[in-house]
Design a protein around this ligand. Structure first.
Ligand SMILES: O=C(O)c1ccccc1NCC(=O)[C@H](O)[C@H](O)COP(=O)(O)O
Length: 256
């Protein structure tokens, strides 16, 4: 499933390349105002931070929320206290787009993550051109040299990579490329199985100085507290926010 999601996202980008050549996207990326400092926004503090996701649908859960106005939802996230916003831009299974990201960029002043299946430099330039400050790199989807070169490009463009892992070996690979922001996804992206204890099992492998992000499977404030107790600096939440009153839910989650 993961390789299918990656190859679908890469071929959709190849389709866009036909009408928006590489050089013009790269130029648009390089002339944007500097990216926001996501490492500062997500830095560890005495309180857990929330990376709030705009998620219409997913392969594991189907349709979640209509979200006709992603910018309005992003404004709610920002006013509810989210530290950064994740925008799922994958179209086939998550029903997102780069237009969503552009609209969110115009509406909020906190960092924005392009959450997608990234496998090529073109997609990284697209992210920056649309206003992203962070880009997701999924270790399981990429060989080590591609992971390193995409990570270097993200940094060269002044952005931050959220390097996502799902095993101890993947955490080692993330640290080997010099990741400063490492996520542990409770969701196995091939089987969709959720393991809320995986973050706690891997957190010790992530050294201090590297920001630790617990991803997925948060339904309640108790779930946020579970991740916080296991060492999460940041918790990434999608479904629980898009299927509730986000401001109320964020206030419960941030009270942990
Ligand atoms: O959510 C899915 O079904 C999914 C399937 C395959 C690849 C990625 C998938 N989701 C991306 C995510 O990692 C989540 O959207 C994110 O961590 C938030 O998860 P949740 O709070 O459980 O909605």
């Amino acid at each position: 499933m993961l390789q299918e999601l990656l190859s679908g996202a890469v071929s959709d980008a190849e389709e866009r390349l036909l009408t928006r050549p590489f050089a013009s996207v790269e130029a648009a990326a390089r002339v944007r105002p500097p990216a926001l400092d996501a490492l500062h926004a997500l830095a560890p503090t005495e309180r857990v931070k929330i990376l709030a996701e705009i998620k219409r649908a997913s392969p594991s859960r189907g349709s979640l929320a209509a979200i006709t106005d992603p910018a309005a939802l992003a404004v709610s996230y920002e006013s509810g206290g989210a530290s950064a916003i994740s925008v799922l831009t994958e179209g086939r299974r998550f029903h997102g787009s780069l237009t969503d990201l552009e609209q969110v960029r115009a509406a909020v002043s906190i960092p924005i993550l392009r959450k997608d299946f990234i496998g090529t430099p073109y997609q990284v330039f697209e992210a920056r051109a649309a206003g992203a400050d962070l880009v997701l790199l999924i270790v399981a989807a990429l060989d080590q040299s591609t992971l390193l070169s995409l990570h270097d490009l993200i940094r060269e463009l002044g952005m931050t990579a959220l390097v996502e892992t799902h095993s101890g070996d993947e955490v080692s690979r993330a640290l080997d490329i010099g990741a400063s922001l490492v996520g542990v996804n409770a969701r196995d992206l091939s089987t969709f199985e959720l393991d809320q204890n995986l973050f706690g099992a891997l957190a010790d492998k992530i050294p201090s100085g590297v920001i630790r992000v617990a991803e997925s499977a948060v339904k309640t404030a108790a779930d946020v507290a579970h991740y916080r107790a296991a060492g999460a600096d940041v918790v990434l939440v999608g479904e629980a926010l898009v299927t509730s009153d986000p401001i109320r839910t964020l206030s419960e989650f941030l009270a942990v």
